[in-house]
Design a binder for this molecule. Structure first.
Ligand code: PLP
Length: 480
């Protein structure tokens, strides 16, 4: 069985060096895994082995079509196994990402006119905005440090009772990493006759996900996830849920692949998942996701969780020693198990965007900064007043993002090590001392770039330029 130590060597590009502002190169340190993970070699191998046989699925009679159909259909079963779903009662629907999966459910779940969807302040916008279109949305609050306020959850559930049709909650926050008690919430949700959706986009790469049997009061009705956060960045997302929910009505996207029979007046919709996967599917993405799920199951999700727990505990202890740092969310290493490897922080009075840029340009370290598609939650963590929030929004509306509040976020994958954490901490200590060489200027997008520097990507990667001219440096970075 593979171990978490083996996983690092199996990360595509783990040994790639990148240029720094001073002209030297260093191995790239990716601490932006909560946004997207790099690919696993297992995934690349499966894709490379499959592509010579790639062909159309479902309607082709040739050998390669039969093989591709078999592999594509089987990928659904692998993903069902990954989340513990019974493939006969549940359907696994492939789409392009978590956002699309939640949107699909918001169109497909019968909610009724008076329906309430209970969600939380901790959600990514993708598990919030689609519900605002479909129903009355009530947000359960958070404690000052950013945990779900479960007393408030109980209050809201009691207040809206049988009007609550769905509880939409993340398995783990993409900002603070806090792991939500999804099975306990499921029990409470089912007690009022509602269903629960767990957005496990952040949980699935780090912890075992088990939807549990339907007759278990703590089972999860729906789960959604993204392959690009699970070492398979080939454009696949997943919605898993009870087959009968989808068989009740017509799909929101209609066309090829969704039907059994069509006359000029009538349509017989196909079984699930076909009726939910309109058009030609992303077969390669499905193979890639299944290969990643297999690799993670081989390594053992419990072993991955243990390894990442050590990383988080080490990081909370080590980063706390960086002068001027303020870590948001959980700061006690002894409570590391309560979160996945996502650590949000700010450094003194330095803008979050500047810290992230210096880490990138001078440390070869990739992190993310800003509000992470969870504006209300970040505003809550920062403790911003309604007045400050209104000012910032007005400024944004004028196209000026320079004062956008936010945080820096370091996020770990299963292949990161305590050495990676130390490298981040040392880079932050240098920044805290003012020990960096670039003169950074802020762009209207809010990003900081070093004066006089032009990225040159061409010796690293460039698409052939014979048909369209490249911008300076190859492909221009966003915001410039
Ligand atoms: C918790 C959570 N939900 C949903 C999403 C949206 O995922 P995607 O961009 O793959 O649709 C993200 C992405 O960061 C996330 O972290």
């Amino acid at each position: 069985m593979a171990t978490t130590t083996d996983l690092r060597a199996r990360i595509v590009g783990h040994d790639r060096t990148v240029p720094l502002l001073d002209g030297t190169t260093v191995p790239y340190l990716n601490l932006d895994n909560a946004a997207s993970t790099p690919a696993l070699q297992d995934v690349m191998d499966a894709v490379a082995a499959f592509l010579p046989f790639y062909s159309s699925v479902h309607r082709g009679a040739g050998f390669k079509s039969r093989l591709s159909t078999n592999a594509y259909d089987y990928a659904h079963r692998v993903v069902a196994a990954f989340v513990g779903a019974d493939p006969d009662r549940n359907t696994v629907i492939f789409g392009k990402n978590t956002t699309e999966a939640v949107n699909k459910l918001s169109y497909r779940l019968p909610l009724g006119p008076d329906a309430v969807v209970l969600t939380t302040l901790l959600e990514h916008h993708s598990n919030d905005l689609p519900w605002r279109r479909a129903a009355r949305v009530v947000h359960v609050g958070a404690t000052p440090e950013g945990r779900l306020d479960e007393d408030d959850f109980d209050r809201q559930l009691a207040r809206y009772g049988s009007r609550v049709r769905l509880v939409a909650v993340s398995g783990a926050s993409n900002v603070s990493g806090f792991v939500q008690p999804i099975h306990r919430l499921a029990r409470k949700t089912h007690a009022v006759g509602a269903k629960i959706l767990a957005d496990v986009a952040q949980l699935a790469p780090h912890r075992p996900v088990d939807v549990r049997p339907d007759d278990d009061p703590e089972h999860l009705d729906f789960v959604v996830l993204s392959a690009h956060k699970m070492y398979a960045p080939f454009g696949t997302g997943v919605l898993v849920g009870p087959r009968d929910v989808f068989l009740q009505s017509a799909p929101e996207y209609q066309g090829g692949g969704t039907v059994d029979a069509v006359t000029l007046d009538e349509v017989t919709w196909a079984d699930a998942p076909d009726r939910e996967e309109a058009g030609s599917p992303n077969v390669v993405g499905a193979i890639a996701l299944a290969a990643a799920a297999n690799a993670l199951m081989d390594a053992g999700m419990d072993a991955i969780a243990d390894h990442e727990d050590e990383l988080v505990a080490h990081a909370l202890g080590r980063l706390a020693r960086v002068p001027g740092i303020r870590i948001f969310g959980e700061t006690d290493p002894r409570r590391s198990r309560e979160k996945v490897g996502v650590i949000p922080f700010n450094l003194g009075d330095l803008p979050h965007a500047l810290v992230a840029s210096i880490l990138g340009y001078e440390g070869g370290i990739g992190v993310r900064h800003g509000c992470f598609c969870a504006h209300p939650y970040v505003v809550h963590l920062l403790g911003l007043s309604p007045r400050a929030t209104a000012q910032w929004r007005a400024q944004m509306a004028r196209g000026d993002k320079s004062n956008m509040p936010g945080l820096v976020r370091a996020s770990f994958g299963c292949y990161n090590t305590t050495g990676d954490v130390d490298r981040l901490a040392e880079a932050l200590e240098r920044i805290a001392r003012g020990d960096y060489r670039g003169k950074y200027r802020q762009l209207p997008s809010g990003e900081f770039v070093p004066e006089g520097h032009e990225d040159d990507f061409t010796s690293y990667f460039a698409l052939a330029a014979q048909h369209a001219p490249q911008g300076p440096g190859g492909v221009r970075p966003c915001g410039i």
